[in-house]
Design a protein around this ligand. Structure first.
Ligand code: A2P
Length: 307
């Protein structure tokens, strides 16, 4: 399987990146340093994770040259005003201790006031994401970021931006696992030439998002277990490999040294392997990420509207 994907800028992004969501800062610094030591060259952060400083410290601790590491981070919803975007970018750079970001994503196609602590109190602001994007393009012009992309967009939102931008998004990061394959949307990305990065490849385990509670953990799925035996790898490896086998880059999150190392083992699944997982999860669907539930967004994020 490919180890890198080439983006429109010509930059080569490693296909497996360490996810950093829900990692406590202290644990994250160690996790990042360990990950780099065992071979990761791609770390995926975000301002809202509250651990950019720890991420940057992990990179320094690793001793590996910054230029050899791919760093992604994300603009949060409360910095969508055009005059706030570059400030937010500089703040991320400062926290990370870096001079440039390899890939900067708009975390959601949605602008809000700063979260006062309770999702229900958030005010959604009427700032078009196409305007926010223009300010992100200026951060590319200013040399602060090398590539810009999006996350959690629906097809309609993607089309709106795609047709109204100077620099096209280089990557779309969205939730993807066997309970949320989004195959029609995937095909669409291939057609327009937009690379997809899959987050939550193991199906997401955040207890606050429980629409998957009626379903067994994907790692226990019979087809996944059978493939793990076939290849002599773990069920987690099967699920992470599935994303790479389908042309995505993938972001397994772990702060556990043995898992961080294990998650780098990628095999190429055959069409039959992929079908066996699809057959064994048919009709079973779960997603963690549905902001429409939490803060009354009308957005149906990260999905083809018809999917
Ligand atoms: P931990 O960080 O404690 O090692 P997702 O990215 O799909 O949301 O999954 C992340 C969760 O899966 C985390 O709770 C992480 O735990 C756990 N995890 C990561 N890698 C593995 C693995 N190889 N086997 C089992 N669980 C894993």
């Amino acid at each position: 399987p490919p180890s890198h994907v080439t983006l429109p800028s010509g930059d080569r992004m490693p296909v497996v990146g360490l996810g950093c969501w829900q990692s406590e800062p202290e644990a994250l610094t160690k996790a990042v340093a360990h990950a780099i030591k065992v071979g990761y060259r791609h770390i995926d952060g975000a301002t809202i994770y509250g651990n950019e400083k720890a991420l940057g410290e992990g990179i320094k601790l690793s001793g590996v040259d910054r230029k050899d590491i791919w760093v992604t981070t994300k603009l949060w919803n409360d910095d969508h005003r055009q005059e706030d975007v570059m400030k937010a970018c500089r703040r991320s750079l400062e926290l990370l201790g870096l001079e440039y970001i390899d890939l900067w994503l708009m975390h959601y196609p949605a602008a809000t006031d700063t979260n006062p602590g309770d999702y229900n109190d958030i005010n959604v602001l009427d700032i078009p994401y196409t305007d926010t994007w223009k300010a992100m393009e200026e951060c590319v012009d200013a040399g602060l970021v090398r590539n810009i992309g999006i996350s959690n967009y629906s097809k309609t939102e993607l089309d709106n931006l795609w047709n109204d931008c100077r620099i096209k998004p280089a990557v779309h990061q969205l939730e993807r696992h066997p309970y949320l394959p989004q195959n029609a949307f995937m095909k669409y990305h291939k057609e327009i030439g937009l690379h997809v990065t899959a987050y939550s490849p193991l199906g997401n385990t955040n207890p606050s998002f429980n629409d998957r509670d009626s379903l067994p953990p994907i790692q226990k799925n019979t087809a996944v277990v059978a493939l793990a035996e076939k290849y002599g790898i773990s069920p987690a490896n099967v699920l992470i490999s599935l994303q790479v086998s389908q042309g995505c880059s993938v972001l397994p999150k772990s702060v556990t040294p043995s898992r961080i190392e294990e998650n780098l083992k990628i095999v190429q699944h055959t069409e039959e392997d992929i079908k066996s997982i699809e057959d064994a999860t048919k009709g079973q669907r779960a997603r963690y990420c549905d902001f429409s539930d939490i803060i009354g967004y009308k957005y149906y994020v990260g999905l083809d509207d018809s999917d």
